[in-house]
Design a protein around this ligand. Structure first.
Ligand SMILES: Cc1cc2nc3c(=O)[nH]c(=O)nc-3n(C[C@H](O)[C@H](O)[C@H](O)COP(=O)(O)OP(=O)(O)OC[C@H]3O[C@@H](n4cnc5c(N)ncnc54)[C@H](O)[C@@H]3O)c2cc1C
Length: 455
């Protein structure tokens, strides 16, 4: 009998793996366990509204399924790109990519979908246990639990005023349209939430706070740039950043948008990250991450226009500083340039992004995995430790039955959060699971590197 596979988490990563396995081996038992009603969409493509667009053109959302996303968009939805933009270059609503994945999953009949909350893995019984007491047979388990709620903000704020998870369905409840609000975090989550408020007719001031006050940058099409980053030249963060800056200067001088330099660097990031010692990775997170993030995670032009309009009207204000606390007067902010400001706001949205630290998690599944020594959290608090998607346990041994996908595996690759990388990871893992191969033939970081501009 072939081994049954249970995938915990039915977002993009888990759904794509389930579909891949089912297409290649329909006779295999593949359980897809998802706590939410909808599978295939996850946070990125499920908890969004029509004005939330993909942050890459549709052509970058290829996942190796038929029909392709761009063709499906054209044939099955009313989506039409703006005048003069080719469908492959357009930025479609994220919800449509969710609907696309949901449809692909629904037509893959051999995947056994289970709605439930996985809370324990009972290895001796070869079962995944769900919160309601059900048990799912599994010889192989894949963790695809993805993006978690943001880490709690480190200050006591009146809980009635706080939106600790800006994606939760009640985040906007009882908020008066004229009330001022605070976003803590200035990345793409903040952009989504600001646009959601604007779409609801919010008129109150929106203040966006982050340590540096740097907003995400906008996409710009055109041009190309050759690969230039390598593990040989980028042995330190300082060296890597200098190299990127130098290439950007050359590109701009040649009339090529700097975005192409970042795009050219991206396939190499996992290799460079793997080659760095822990101290260098920590240095990157401390000093360079913010600059990488704002240039790497970009906004669709329409989204950037909408944000610019909010800034130009004065409704949205960006403040560089740190939360210092809160009291009856409001939220106290220590400003980057010196001094303090007290913000009187009706709601504080935690837009700091998904939590990645598992070291003190109370989530039952991970608390149980840790209790049993099956999982090792990384020192940089980016996720869980894996070796070619296989979990590394507390003793450092690499599992042959427990695997992980997507943002959870960030400690190994850094860049493994977007569709192209996750797709490559899913492909490698599905081949390995189907061939019962003890180890993959190629390092996943090399696979990312070989994808070049396809990433
Ligand atoms: C807001 C946002 C926008 C993005 N936009 C883009 C984009 O435009 N292009 C791009 O390439 N990438 C984008 N990304 C990145 C990327 O596509 C996602 O991070 C990716 O979808 C991750 O998928 P996932 O399945 O690993 O995680 P998730 O989507 O978070 O899915 C995990 C699933 O696991 C379930 N789950 C968790 N724990 C349990 C449990 N114990 N039992 C049962 N179920 C459980 C959750 O309910 C959830 O459905 C975006 C990310 C975010 C957050």
């Amino acid at each position: 009998m072939t081994a049954a596979i249970a995938i915990i988490g039915g977002g993009f990563s888990g759904a794509l793996l389930a579909i891949r396995l089912a297409h290649a081996a329909p006779e295999r038992v593949v359980h897809l366990i998802e706590r939410r009603r909808r599978a295939g969409v996850g946070l990125a493509y499920g908890a969004c509204e029509p004005h939330h667009l993909l942050n890459v053109p549709t052509s970058r959302m290829k996942v190796g399924l038929e029909p392709g996303f761009t063709d499906w968009l054209h044939a099955r939805t009313g989506f039409r790109p703006p005048e003069g933009i080719a469908p492959a270059d357009a930025f479609a609503p994220r919800a449509l990519f969710g609907a696309y994945m949901e449809e692909r999953l629904a037509e893959t009949h051999s995947v056994r979908r289970i709605r439930g909350d996985a809370v324990r893995i009972a290895r001796a019984e070869r079962q995944v246990l769900l919160a309601d007491g059900r048990a799912v047979d599994a010889d192989i388990v894949v963790l695809a639990t993805g993006n978690r709620a943001p880490p709690p903000l480190r200050f006591a704020h009146d809980s009635a005023n706080a939106a600790p998870d800006p994606w939760s369905h009640d985040a906007f409840d009882d908020l008066h349209a004229d009330a001022p609000v605070l976003f803590v975090g200035v990345g793409l989550t903040m952009v989504d939430i600001a646009l959601s408020l604007a779409a609801r007719g919010h008129r109150g001031e929106m203040i966006a706070l982050s340590r540096h006050g740097l907003l995400p940058t906008r996409h710009e099409a055109g041009g190309s740039w050759p690969a230039f980053l390598s593990t040989v030249d980028a042995t330190s963060v300082r060296g890597a950043m200098a190299l990127v800056r130098r290439e950007i200067a050359k590109a701009v001088a040649a009339g090529v948008p700097w975005r192409r330099v970042i795009d050219a660097a991206r396939p190499e990031v996992a290799r460079v990250w793997r080659a760095w010692p822990q101290s260098e990775r920590a240095r990157f997170l401390r000093h360079a991450r913010i600059y990488w993030d704002v240039h790497r995670h970009r906004m669709a032009p329409q989204i950037a226009d909408a944000l610019d309009a909010l800034l130009a009207s004065g409704q949205l204000r960006v403040v560089a500083g740190r939360l210092a606390g809160s009291d009856a007067d409001g939220v106290r902010v220590r400003l980057r340039g010196g001094g303090e400001e007290i913000l009187r706001v009706a709601r504080v949205f935690n837009c700091t992004g998904p939590a990645s630290d598992f070291s003190s998690t109370e989530e039952p599944l991970y608390a149980d995995l840790k209790r049993n020594g099956l999982v090792r959290t990384d020192a940089l608090m980016l996720g869980i430790e894996t070796e070619e998607s296989a979990l590394v346990d507390a003793s450092g041994a690499v599992s042959d039955w427990l695997f992980a996908l997507g943002p959870l595996t960030r400690p190994a690759y850094w860049e493994v959060t977007a569709v192209p990388e996750i797709r490559a990871q899913v492909d490698a893992l599905s081949q390995r699971l189907l061939q019962h191969a003890p180890l993959p033939a190629t390092d996943l970081a090399d696979v990312f590197g070989d994808l070049g501009a396809g990433i």
